[in-house]
Design a protein around this ligand. Structure first.
Ligand code: NAP
Ligand code: MG
Length: 515
């Protein structure tokens, strides 16, 4: 079912000048409008030419083989850019969960006993094979998830390969990672991942677990199982011993059954804070170790001494990248009062040049919203923001495709800290813009959230960076950049954004027992 074509009915900044928007800010806004009119033109379509066949039906990967589910239930995986069904995916039952956990248990002693350099060989092979098949994986990720092909091609797949390479390097150096300690694997790991970076999240979870000698049962998100299942083909190609990695497709029930399984030693979860809390309750008192990577409402703070063009580019990267489906998205923008008009003018101008549409077009900047539920959730937030009195701006091209799930990149001005759009994670391309006067006020407002995943600071002054970074309650603080990741750099949250780190030396800690 399609949506009616969405026309922008919201005002431009001209009709919503923030207080103090006269003078330089106003002039800047006009200059950018003129510039936009002069220099922007339509690109010719640049469709991705590689086509990737997808099996009509697919499902579980247990003990080294693709196998049918014990049950009869299948669910469709659709392309969110046109709502066409790509494949029918098996919904794993309790009996399937038992089989997968049993296979992982059986494989554990052999895998854990392999010398580190042997485990490293498998991880290197896996990384290389993923690189060789990178284009195929990028196309599949975009088809299934709706993200622009340039992102899956340039970010998701290369970063996933990097994670396997990086952790291959650790597999035979664990004694150096934890000097003076005896390092043992934790055991069988249940890993549950979301739909925003399907293959990359699988790599973040699998690579450290395998490097440290654990075995795994992985459950991808219901809307994005295809790249995880294709990764299973690579596991067969590299002849990973059967049972070391098992993949169970299915919805929340499958996830809950896996998380609650008594033979699971460790649970690693990335997703919503709501489900994270349930999993923490189910793991309590069982002796299972747990890491949670949950939501965020991250602040991006621009001081008046910042390089403003660079900062606005970082804001764009921070919130509109991957349709805002990023747990560490810079979804609250705090701008020092004196530069607010100029920043808003630059933001509006830059938004006009973002291309929203066909994710398979190499020019597309913003693709489709991953699923209908999430689309509806974003629409509800847009509505709620307006009804609470904030002003919505959607200034880009409003001609969105008829079918599929789309949301124009948006920002709110006139936002109060008490507004829902300033407090709750929207997980879409929606920015809440607010102002501040002093660094102290910026800190206080930035930290005024139950979350603490990431933050961004934009300033020319190193001293300000160090002072702010030390006092911001966030697992990652980016300075004069945003949304940069590296396999060697730990990532994780404070407060309701979860606990535990992924990546780097610190990320290994969750996958080892030390004596
Ligand atoms: P979610 O419901 O937390 O899903 C994450 C994973 O957990 C999926 O594999 C999901 O399976 C599974 N799951 C769902 N219910 C479960 C349960 N009771 N026990 C065990 N596993 C369960 O998140 P979502 O529905 O994908 O997205 C909702 C919100 O989560 C978003 O709006 C956003 O706020 C947040 N989110 C955060 C991140 C992040 O990286 N921190 C990523 C995605 C979403 P199914 O997908 O099959 O239901
Ligand atoms: Mg899909």
């Amino acid at each position: 079912m399609g949506h009616p074509k969405q026309e922008s009915t919201v005002p431009s900044l001209e009709s919503d000048k923030p207080q103090g928007a006269q003078g330089e800010g106003e002039a800047a806004s006009h200059r950018f409008d003129d510039l936009a009119a002069e220099t922007l033109w339509d690109y010719a379509p640049a469709p991705e030419t590689v086509s990737v066949p997808v099996a009509d039906r697919q499902g579980l990967f247990i003990d080294g083989d693709f196998c049918p589910s014990d049950g009869k239930e299948f669910f469709p995986s659709i392309n969110p850019a046109n709502e066409e069904v790509l494949s029918e995916i098996a919904a794993a039952t309790q009996a399937d969960v038992d089989r997968a956990v049993q296979a992982a248990r059986k494989a554990l002693p052999g895998w854990a006993a392999l010398p580190g350099h042997e485990r490293a060989k498998y991880l290197f092979r896996l990384a290389r094979r993923l690189q060789e098949r990178a284009r195929e994986f990028a196309v599949l990720e975009t088809l299934d998830g709706g993200k622009p092909i340039k992102e899956s091609r340039d970010v998701d797949i290369p970063e996933a390969a990097k994670h396997f390479f990086y952790h291959a390097g650790w597999a035979d150096k664990l004694d150096y990672a934890f000097p003076g300690r005896q390092v043992r694997p934790v055991g069988v790991c249940a890993q549950i991942i979301p739909w925003n970076f399907p293959l990359l999240m699988a790599a973040w979870k699998l690579a450290p677990a395998l490097a440290c000698g654990n075995t795994v049962v992985l459950k991808p998100a219901e809307t994005t199982s295809l790249t995880a299942l294709r990764l299973a083909e690579i596991l067969q190609e590299i002849e990973l011993p059967p049972g070391v990695v098992n993949i169970l497709t299915g919805g929340g029930e499958t996830g809950a059954a896996l998380a609650a399984h008594p033979k699971v030693d460790k649970l690693a979860f990335t997703g919503s804070t709501e489900v994270g809390k349930k999993l923490a309750q189910s793991a309590a008192g069982t002796g299972k170790s747990l890491t949670l990577e949950l939501g965020g409402k991250s602040p991006n703070i621009i001081f008046e001494d910042a390089s403003l063009d660079q900062a606005v580019e970082g804001v764009i990267q921070g919130i509109y990248f991957n349709q805002g489906h990023v747990c560490c998205a810079g979804s609250r923008l705090f701008v020092q009062e004196g530069i607010l008009p100029e920043v808003l003018g630059k933001l509006e101008w830059r938004l006009k040049s973002l291309r929203v549409g066909d994710p398979m077009d190499k020019n597309t900047d913003v693709g489709a919203i991953n699923n209908r539920e999430q689309w509806q959730r974003i629409q509800d937030y847009l509505q709620q923001g307006r009804s609470e009195g904030a002003v919505l701006h959607q200034v880009g091209d409003s001609s969105l495709p008829d079918r599929g799930f789309w949301c124009q990149p948006s920002f709110f001005t006139g936002v109060q800290p008490s507004h829902v759009v300033a407090r709750e994670e929207i997980f879409g391309p929606v920015l809440a813009v607010m102002s501040f006067r002093t660094p102290e006020e910026a800190l206080q407002r930035a930290n005024n959230t139950p979350y603490g995943l990431a933050a961004g600071i934009w300033t020319d002054k190193g001293s300000k960076i160090f002072e702010m970074a030390g006092r911001l309650q966030a697992g990652v603080v980016w300075c004069n950049t945003y949304n940069r990741f590296d396999a060697s750099s730990p990532f994780g949250g404070f407060k309701e954004s979860g606990f535990g780190r992924e990546g780097g030396l610190q990320g290994l800690r969750a996958y080892v027992k030390l004596q």
